[in-house]
Design a protein around this ligand. Structure first.
Ligand code: KMH
Ligand code: ZN
Length: 283
């Protein structure tokens, strides 16, 4: 019998991000070999989607076109994970470089629905950029994941869908990124307020909490029939005094909690159906 999205959990792993320095956290996967090994381990632990930021030879965030393409291809060759490239990059990346990310032909891309304060920095997402990236994702047949850092972003998503129509594939998947200093707090109350405002077109949602908000948001999302994003982009601490050593530790814990709550991890095939991902890998 096939399982439904209501009885399973989509787990996305965000293994690297753009904010943590390799020098501070040497176990952060930054090289292509480390990323592939991480992807393989996380798939085995229950992840179905990988949200990818890449680093250059000096471990600095980069949107280098060749490296992006090589990373997508290498992960595709070694796993069946849905490969989602970040179009958020780092707060220092120019908008035109972020638009060019889709040239690497990922399965999915992140698409943040508004500008947000990001610690002491600003994560810039002006409306014309959002529309341009959205139109480009439709043209390139890439499924966007709408990243919402604040209640205003929920409303911007409503406007985007009503003015521009449905995304490629027709499914609307949202990820709430909570607990960023400058965005919505990582509390169950804030998450539930945001969920309540989602437009009717949304077909699935997941949530992540930055840092210490990670576990409360994981529990709240599962309780409210949402899906999960975990990973070292968002959280570097497994428990008090215990640093995360590998991303699959976070995936395995999320899978355990989800299974305990009778919603075990979704397979990659089920995730592809949920998100209506175009098959790009030669089978
Ligand atoms: N690194 C943040 C500035 C995304 O991946 O689309 C943006 C971010 C969102 O991580
Ligand atoms: Zn990201």
């Amino acid at each position: 019998m096939s399982r439904s999205a209501a009885t399973t959990t989509l787990i996305t792993v965000a293994p690297t991000g753009a904010e943590t320095a390799k020098a501070d956290v040497p176990q952060l996967p930054t090289t292509l070999d480390e990323l592939v090994e991480t992807a393989v381990r996380c798939e085995a632990a229950g992840a179905a989607v990988i949200h990818l930021h890449i680093r250059d030879a000096e471990h600095q965030p980069t949107l280098d076109a060749a490296l992006l393409r090589a990373s997508v291809e290498a992960i595709r060759e070694s796993t069946d994970l849905v490969v989602q490239l970040s179009t958020g990059g780092s707060v220092h990346d120019p908008l035109e470089h972020r638009l060019a990310v889709l040239d690497a032909e990922p399965d999915s891309c992140s698409l943040t629905c508004g500008t947000t304060n990001f610690g002491d920095d600003v994560f810039l997402n002006p409306w014309p950029f959002i529309v341009q990236l959205y139109r480009q994702s439709i043209e390139r047949e890439v499924v966007p994941e709408f990243e919402l850092f604040d209640l205003g972003h929920v409303h911007a998503l409503r406007r985007l869908l009503s003015e521009e129509g449905l995304p490629y594939g027709g499914k609307v998947h949202v990820d709430f990124v909570t607990g960023v200093p400058g965005g919505m707090p990582g509390t169950p109350a804030a998450l539930m307020a945001a969920v309540a405002l989602l437009p009717a077109e949304v077909t699935s949602w997941s949530a992540t909490g930055i840092g210490r908000t990670h576990l409360p948001i994981l529990a709240a999302a599962l309780a409210a029939r949402g899906h999960l994003r975990v990973g070292m982009e968002d959280n570097l601490v497994l428990a008090k005094g215990q640093q995360v050593q590998r991303n699959d530790e976070l995936v395995a814990r999320a899978a355990d909690v989800a299974t305990l709550l009778q919603r075990p991890p979704m397979s990659t095939t089920e995730a592809r159906e949920l998100l209506n991902i175009k098959r790009r890998k030669a089978s």
